[in-house]
Write a protein that binds this ligand. Sequence first.
Ligand SMILES: *Cc1c(COP(=O)(O)O)cnc(C)c1O
Length: 370
Amino acid sequence: MIVPANPGAGYRAMKAEIDAAVARTLESGWYILGQEVKAFEAEFAAWLGAGKTVGCGNGTDAIVLALRGLGIGRGCSVATASHTAVATVAAVEMVGATPVLIDIDSDHFTMDPADLAATLADPPAGLPPIAAVLPVHLYGQAADLDAIGAICRTNGLVLIEDCAQAHGATWLGQKVGTFGDAATFSFYPTKNLGALGDGGAVVLPNDEVAGRVAALRQYGWRTHYISDDIGINSRLDELQAAILRVKLAHLDTANARRRAIAAIYDEALRHTSIRPPARRPNAGHVFHLYVVRVPNRDAVQAKLRAAGIGSGVHYPQPVHVQPAYRNRVALGAAACRATEAAASEVLSLPLYPELSDDEVAQVAAELKRL
Ligand SMILES: *Cc1c(COP(=O)(O)O)cnc(C)c1O
């Protein structure tokens, strides 16, 4: 069976290097916030080309820390997406802020700037003012940062990029994560840059905010045992940082391999009525996921499964229809209609860098028969 994602294959491909990094860390005797985290933070910032990186426990906490660091909490609404990992919306509520869910552009699956503008012009009644915008660079492709950035500047809104699926994605040649007031990353094992456990990071252009976020991740300490602020505990641990340093060195190659596989799938789909994923002209896609729209999704999944090919659905239900959020969370002007239409049709094909040429050919041959 060809699985949709395979973090074990990622480990095996770099086993000698990762095992050495793990052994070095275990021998060091220092397991929390030491040299490995410090080195990873510096290397990740250098790779991004801008900002300070603060490692933390996971991608959800990264959003929490970014919001807290920028003063977004109770009394603020945050415009974000419903077509995303639930973590994006959960993090907004974790800081006491109110999410307002903006619709997506149906071709690219990211925040529709027109709906953002319409919602700001006529916000849902009874909510705190919208103070921040949290677009998601979904599936490995940047949201429309020109339009969203312009709206944020005009309205004096904080911009936080959720880059959990977009390590290395670009907008006008510049890496995402370097455009907003903060950016957040997840290193969940299946992400483009994945740890072998949990991990996350906040990227901040402003040193003062970066200092605040670094304190917030560990009880609000700036010096040991003294809390200047009410913090949380969300630290990136030394073992994961050491593993991430190995994987970061291979990330550009891994993203190039993802793009090459995507091009082969694109070509195979030309023989079918299914459209390949649409690329934004200004965006460099890194194919965290290769997502197509198929109206008869169950039948297509069953056909692929019968041929030994697994697939996934990201995500089967928009956040606003899930039990925890239904009839409770506010929607923007477009009432997330494009989001609801996408959720019933999206299908993620197998895509990870360690897929062999034979496996890719096998998937492509099967796609041609759809
Ligand atoms: C994975 C993901 C997150 C959350 O990351 P965790 O490390 O699982 O907490 C947030 N946003 C998006 C878009 C994600 O894909």
